[in-house]
Design a protein around this ligand. Sequence first.
Ligand code: SAM
Length: 268
Amino acid sequence: MGALEQPAPTGIDVSKPSIARAYDVVLGGKDNFEIDRAVVGEMLKIVPQLPEVAAYNRQILSRGVRYLVEEAGIRQFMDLGSGLPTRENTHQVAQRSAPDARVVYVDNDPIVLAHGRAILAENDNTGVVTADLRDPQAVLAAPEVQRLIDFSQPVGVLLVGILHHLHDSEDPQGVAKAYMDAVPSGSYLFMTSFCASFPEAAALEQTYLSVLGTGRFRTLEELQGFFGDLEMVEPGLVSLPEWRPEEPIGHELTVAERLMAGGIARKR
Ligand code: SAM
């Protein structure tokens, strides 16, 4: 522990890196420890633009949630693999447009709940659940999910920046489908994930797997499969900055811009 390191919240293991805390490092947050910074240091050797990539992911999260609230009329969200609270969290974006919007955050890292207290204090329409999203039945049955989500009304299911942390053997496609099967017609799946669309993808995947244990770079075709038979919202599954940009892009996309792909689709 460094001289200025904050003490770890109870129950948080600082001897192993955590995905949530490593992502916090990349986003320039303070809820991380030396081990997390060391891991991110290894990743930055291969793709120094990772902070840029994380920023694109947070930007599409805002644009996507705004679309779902303002254009699709969605008023309730399950944010699966939500990460540590940062700026422009899902409930803040959603409730700016629709103050009655309800959001339940789900993450398997207890540090998210430890740091999510402020979110919980903000309003009754927001909750945090510590659960493993690979077990959809347990997540769907969690009391906070049952309290906040009305499964007779359309739901925005967010799997943003998370499915690359599921190994192929964990059936990420089946996991996404299980959540979409539980929500009614008119619901949406919003997904972003690492995409093997650049030459360094294989090396970066190896680094992720060796230092963090997860991090799959899938092809666009594989990622498209996660949407199953849902109806893609324009412009479909694309590199993050290409999804409904606020300003025209006007240049050939960089590696950082192509490192992740994302899209939104509607359940018919
Ligand atoms: N969704 C946020 C975003 O895109 O900005 C955060 C993404 S962060 C890279 C991935 C988060 O998923 C981490 O907070 C990690 O703890 C969580 N996570 C990883 N595996 C998970 C699992 N099996 N169940 C629930 N959460 C998981």
